[in-house]
Design a protein around this ligand. Structure first.
Ligand SMILES: Cc1cc2nc3c(=O)[nH]c(=O)nc-3n(C[C@H](O)[C@H](O)[C@H](O)COP(=O)(O)O)c2cc1C
Length: 225
């Protein structure tokens, strides 16, 4: 049994390339692991609230001392965090918007980065007081962009603020960014040429292979434990 949280961001619904790529990944994982359980979180249908002053005050009030009103303010954040806790694999299907993540996805990250829930803070740790609380999750990020060349060593590497940002925040999701974060991206959407078609094909093939790889790892882990 694998618990999978499917976070989708694109407002383009059935025209969305990142949603389509996510479907390929999830349906292949389902072929290999028929007891996949999925929770869907659509951030474009119902965007998370932005963090405001009352939210910050509520999050930084000890849970035993929170008022009824403060608990209500954190209710949605609690729900998002419960979904992450439950999940073993988190899929994020997202477009690149203005070289970074769409605002709805950033708002979700802001809602789930919570003291005493997803991270602890202790100045005794010196210059790195933050430590993640959640562990052992895999993050699969499936993206689409209009331009191209955002990977390491490519022509727009320094303009990519989507994957580096998600990588930096991935510890809040319980993800070891060095070994448990996977990214597959479609590029060239705005060029609508052969390179785009090739990129779609390659990305879907990679998504299928990744599903196989992850399900294989999962089965081996089950055997060991
Ligand atoms: C508001 C907006 C901002 C965008 N910004 C960028 C960008 O900075 N860089 C880029 O390569 N593509 C950009 N694009 C193109 C999208 O990333 C591209 O259309 C992608 O396929 C959208 O994902 P989707 O097909 O899953 O909806 C932008 C598109 C929109 C609508």
């Amino acid at each position: 049994m694998i618990n999978l949280l499917n976070v989708q961001v694109s407002p383009r619904r059935d025209k969305s390339l990142s949603r389509n790529l996510s479907e390929t990944f999830i349906s292949h994982l389902n072929d290999f692991d028929s007891d996949l359980e999925i929770v869907h979180r659509d951030l474009s249908k119902v965007p998370p609230q932005f963090v405001d002053l009352n939210w910050i005050a509520s999050a930084f009030t000890d849970s035993s001392e929170r008022s009824h009103e403060q608990r209500k303010i954190l209710h949605k954040s609690d729900k998002y965090i419960d979904e992450i806790r439950w999940a073993e694999i988190i899929v994020i299907g997202t477009p690149m918007f203005n070289y970074g993540m769409p605002a709805a996805l950033k708002a979700w990250i802001d809602q789930i980065a919570r003291i005493s829930e997803t991270f602890s803070f202790d100045l005794n740790r010196g210059d790195f007081p933050i430590e993640p609380i959640l562990k052992n999750k895999k993050l699969v990020v499936l993206t689409s962009s209009g331009e191209f060349g955002f990977d390491e060593g490519e022509i727009r590497e320094t303009q990519n603020h989507l994957i580096p940002h998600l990588r930096t925040c991935s510890h809040y999701l319980g993800v070891d960014k060095k070994k448990d974060l996977y990214h597959i991206g479609i590029e060239f959407q705005e060029f609508k040429d052969d390179r785009h078609q090739k990129s779609i094909k390659n990305a879907h093939q990679k998504a299928q292979r990744l599903a196989e790889e992850i399900s294989f790892c999962d089965k081996n882990l089950e055997k060991v434990s």
